[in-house]
Design a protein around this ligand. Sequence first.
Ligand code: HEM
Length: 427
Amino acid sequence: GSGAAPVASGTASAPAPVPELFSWEFASDPYPAYAWLREHAPVHRTRLPSGVEAWLVTRYADARQALADQRLSKNPVHHAEPGKTGIPGERSAGLMTHLLNIDPPDHTRLRRLVSKAFTPRRVAAFAPRVQELTDRLIDSFAARGSADLIHEFAFPLPIYAICDMLGVPAEDQDDFRDWAGMMIRHGGGPRGGVARSVKKIRGYLAELIHRKREDLGQDDGADDLISGLIRASDHGDHLTEAEAVAMCFVLLFAGFETTINLIGNGTYALLRNPEQRARLQSSLAAGETGLLETGVEELLRYDGPVELATWRYATTGLTIGGQPIPAGDPVLVVLAAADRDPERFGAPDVLDLGRKDNQHLGYGHGIHYCLGAPLARLEGQTALATLLTRLPDLRLGVDPDELRWRGGLIMRGLRTLPVEFTPSAHR
Ligand code: HEM
């Protein structure tokens, strides 16, 4: 409700109108609208661009509680209108049995399995490879003095990284790059284009898993994530063929556009906050990593890649922040709004790379907490540190008003990020 006090003239102030959500202006800066919602309608039912009605949860305390509430299911069978939500194409491609669509006990079993293969040790061992990929991409435009950091840097880096990790052979990785590009180019547009790419990826992954399983039968197989997953499933928890394909799909899908946006939004935020960027550059020049680590966490809080957590559905009537929610309704936790809540964060709209007590929700919370967080941190830290070190006078190549944001649901990120810098020939 409107808690506005009467103004001094004695005329009651009109309640502020509900801000328009999902418009162009909203896509480029949703934070004023989120501030309004947090204050006036913290649990707010709205019609999404797809026509589906869902509840938006915008306060930090409510968001954190909702993310961990087991009465909110991830399984779309609990939606009153099943089939209208989720990743485009996943249903028609038979890819529904992945971590973001399931609840315990299946979630527990599959998460335990993949955790045996996707270990912090495997990620740490991958650091030199991420550095090599990062340098190779920067080499491709460093001598030019200008680049589009989305298409030439932020987009290819996570694709090649996750392909390497899964064990996709080098000669197939450019196919993957094309399919993945289709998935985000059409993101928010007609679902057909995305669905076709999703189907191609599904077919490729099914065949690759089959091949790796055969290799494992003959010798010890390769030391990649897919082989690790198969090995783990043969020694304990069971993994069906369909679950294996869906698992690889979600690793790709969940780790790709998110990481693009971490690098894109993060670089943009640094370019718009010169004193923070200078602070990070001098800390890197001094060989320190502390500010880089807290800084990437702060960039996730300040303008994170995931605007809304993925779908949840009320399995029973419940209340969130005092608001009754009927069974069957979808609930979307707005991570971007929660992470700017002044009840939780001091000066929430200020970027402070050294921020302490920064329990942001950018990677989610509870049993679906981001499985790939260690890899995302590695990629984000490597990408930003290498860019700022190798291209120290990096600057925006266009007026900020000309930048366009990808206004899809769930993700938040730039379509392009043109930059300029003094050309540099060598590493
Ligand atoms: C889950 C964010 C990178 C794999 C999630 C969730 C969030 C998130 C918010 C929870 C969704 C929910 O509860 O609805 C991010 C961000 C990333 C990132 C901000 C980059 C900066 C990655 C990477 C991978 C990955 C690189 C893997 C290669 C996953 C998987 C899940 C997940 C598999 C599902 C976990 C489960 O349901 O148990 N991520 N992610 N993510 N993420 Fe990430």
